[in-house]
Design a protein. Structure first.
Length: 50
């Protein structure tokens, strides 16, 4: 019985680890895209009229 609980907890832990890694990668990718788009805006700052 306790081995079944151990296996369940192990699979949940692995799932949480994978989800955490995916969220970190998505956050880094989003940050890079924001920096790139901000750089493009700064580059064309003189052309933008409000």
């Amino acid at each position: 019985m306790s081995e079944k609980i151990y296996n369940t907890m192990k699979s949940v832990g692995v799932g949480n680890l994978v989800m955490g890694i995916l969220f970190i990668v998505a956050g880094i990718a989003g940050g890079v895209l924001m920096i790139i788009s901000g750089g493009k805006l700064l580059k064309k700052k003189s052309e933008i009229l409000f």
